[in-house]
Write a protein that binds this ligand. Sequence first.
Ligand code: SAJ
Length: 419
Amino acid sequence: MGKAFNGRVAVLGLGYVGLPTAVALATRGVDVIGVDVNPKTIEAVSQGRVPFVEPDLAVGVSGAVALGRLTATTETPEAEAYIIAVPTPFNPDRSADLTYVKAAAEQIAPRIQPGAIVILESTSPPGTTEKVSRWIGALRPDLKMPHNHDGMTEVHVAHCPERVLPGRIMIEIVTNDRVIGGMTSRCSERAAELYRVFAQGEILLTDAATAEMSKLIENAYRDVNIAFANELSMICEELHLDVWEVIRLANRHPRVNILSPGPGVGGHCIPVDPWFIIGAAPGVTKLLRAAREVNDHKPHHVANAVIASSERFREPVISCLGLSFKADVDDFRESPAIEVVELIASARPEVTVLISDPFINGSIPGRLGEMSNVRLEPAADAVERADIVVLLVEHEKFRSLRHTRFGGKVVYDTRGVWN
Ligand code: SAJ
């Protein structure tokens, strides 16, 4: 057991990673200041509310705020440790957009004092942790930064990639092993002090570039494996075989564990992160690129199949169940389900497309709200009225519909839960 962390922590970015991390620290007695550019997020957190749905997070935030351990502001404060947990999306050419990371580093720079720790949690392409050090150093030539001082640096910069699974964040944030890659071994050690406050999993120390790569390959590994399952689903469709049965049987082999096909791969991690590796080594990443192509193609494949079968009906009603990027989360960003509905509704503007998702709270997400042939309905009504039922997300609420009598309706279960 190393030294314990002592001091205030500023968490930049109060999203799916930053807010749970802030709560994990604050509920263990650390004073945490959450920083976000969105005033609505600051208002919600300051009142002890959570701006999105994640099991057990709401109770953590309200408790930490009530105890006075967690506050929220738009201004980056002076702190002993900074955690950067901002988005790293990609540009239209799929190169990493590091605007938010750079902005965070530049907000930290004027406030940071010698002895402080800076941790990059955002999933980032190789070399980003060093860039953070350089961006801070450029604005603070008075500080000894680790990118140009090997020995006794004054600021400790490390990458500690987040690995939590939406839907299980509050559990995994505590139980997962953590990889910490410092710019120097002293940086790793200082960063580890902070994670020892709440992490029950093992803390594994390495260098920054190795930590960056290990995080990226975790998601690329999953992408390739889902692509394998998605390709199998298309092969089995062509050969008139039940892919779920084929996979179930193959998985009885002791060394085979095939994942589940679906309508595509969504979220802001798995479809993005492989591109950071491809961008860094374009000549030798054929497999990663192919996996991305298979997974990106899958929503088109599903939509085309639905459109083709709708041609059998004179005035078909198509009901699509589930819109979020995966089951039992209220996150609609980068959702293959939404893409499928958009493709169907725009290919057949004269056809009514009913959509249903228990996690929609208010307006219909994405472009769907502007499509005149798309309407939100409760699931039971949508199924009742449908000629074609398409299950896109296996929300718990939809699983029980397997007992529904679908008599006469065409059913596309892209998740294999009604079989
Ligand atoms: N999916 C399938 N079939 C499967 C598994 C997933 O089609 O068998 C689809 C989902 O429906 C969803 C997408 O893949 O559209 C991604 O879902 P996910 O549950 O695999 O992953 P995320 O994006 O919620 O979280 C991932 C996790 N990474 C890994 O499991 C390697 C999480 O641990 C990371 O912290 C997170 O990315 C991140 O932030 O990087």
